[in-house]
Design a protein around this ligand. Structure first.
Ligand code: MLT
Ligand code: MN
Ligand code: ZN
Length: 305
């Protein structure tokens, strides 16, 4: 199984258009040691050149152009066999609306994520102009589902969605929450048994998060914030990481402590907010992550399981 990080930043990207925090200003001016990053998305491929994209970032057009395995091989077409969603946040779904050039696409998502995106959404009509333009494949919690290519061929990859602590997207605040609102995706290659656990948003550690990473070979995990009060400390907002359903990386109760203990697994932080000090390659926070044996995803990072 091939894994390519298309985008590694949280919503807003790095730098973020309206942000002049230490990191954003520094990466713009080249005065800090850090790489710019686009909004999170990862492509997963089999040995046949079939690719599935996890989360449709607002930067999906750039993501496709940035990776030649996702370029069309014929006058019209795409090697992208399907798109899988972990939740309904705009940084994970907006890209779908950019794929409106009459190419049939398959979207794998839980019922609540799919209803949240399509319900009362007049913009979705642009993806619903002919029968089969978008084929929706429901992901039922815990159930293994083969990933099928555009021509109906089995890709040899299997996905399982596991509910993990999260929240509804901002535009659905006040709606009835469901365990299907935020999921971990376990993608397994049937032939080798190799497994990727993809969890770009998790509010805390619970039994389901533990289950989602069980026997995985590689874990991508929520690296949004270093600390709970990161936005408040930097004068950028009044929300704590917990209010946004992101488990902070640092501190004695942080996710790094937990991930650091899973030493037999390849571990990668993704969905990194532009305010996170671990983005600065000479920071003590960056050092702490590396010392714990965990990687920090960057755009263009490639892994082979
Ligand atoms: C998040 O990851 O918490 C969301 O993307 C926030 C947002 O939609 O702005
Ligand atoms: Mn996000
Ligand atoms: Zn910033």
């Amino acid at each position: 199984m091939q894994i390519r990080v298309l985008g590694s930043a949280a919503g807003g990207g790095f730098p973020q258009w309206n942000c002049a925090c230490l990191n954003c200003q520094g990466v713009r001016s080249g005065t800090i040691r850090a790489q710019a990053r686009t909004q999170e998305s990862v492509a997963v491929g089999n040995d046949l050149g079939d690719w599935f994209v996890l989360n449709a970032s607002p930067e999906i057009r750039h993501h496709i152009e940035s990776f030649d395995c996702l370029h069309p091989q014929s006058a019209r077409g795409t090697p992208i066999q399907g798109i899988l969603l972990t939740n309904g946040d705009l940084d994970h779904c907006l890209g779908l609306l950019s794929l409106r050039e009459s190419e049939p696409i398959r979207v794998y998502a839980t019922g609540s994520v799919w209803r949240g995106f399509t319900g009362d959404n007049v913009l979705f009509r642009t993806l619903d102009r002919f029968a089969g333009q978008v084929s929706y494949v429901p992901l039922e919690l815990d159930r293994q589902r083969p990933l099928i290519g555009r021509d109906g061929r089995d890709s040899g990859l299997v996905v399982q969605a596991i509910a993990v602590p999260g929240k509804l997207p901002i535009h659905l605040a006040g709606h009835h929450p469901s365990p299907e609102d935020n999921v971990a995706l376990r993608v397994t290659e049937a032939s080798s048994g190799k497994c990727l656990a993809y969890i770009p948003a998790a509010a805390n550690l619970d039994r389901d998060v533990e289950r989602a990473v069980e026997r995985a070979d590689t874990v991508f995990f929520d690296g949004t914030f270093w600390s709970s009060d990161e936005l408040i400390q930097q004068g950028l907002g009044d929300k704590r990481a917990e209010d946004m359903a992101h488990w902070p990386v640092g501190g004695s109760h942080g996710s790094l402590r937990w991930l650091g203990g899973l030493s037999s697994v390849q571990r990668v932080f993704i969905h990194i907010n532009n305010t996170n000090p671990m983005l600065r390659e000479d920071s003590p926070e960056h050092r702490a992550v590396v010392d714990a044996g965990v990687s920090i995803a960057h755009d263009g990072m490639q892994l082979c399981l």
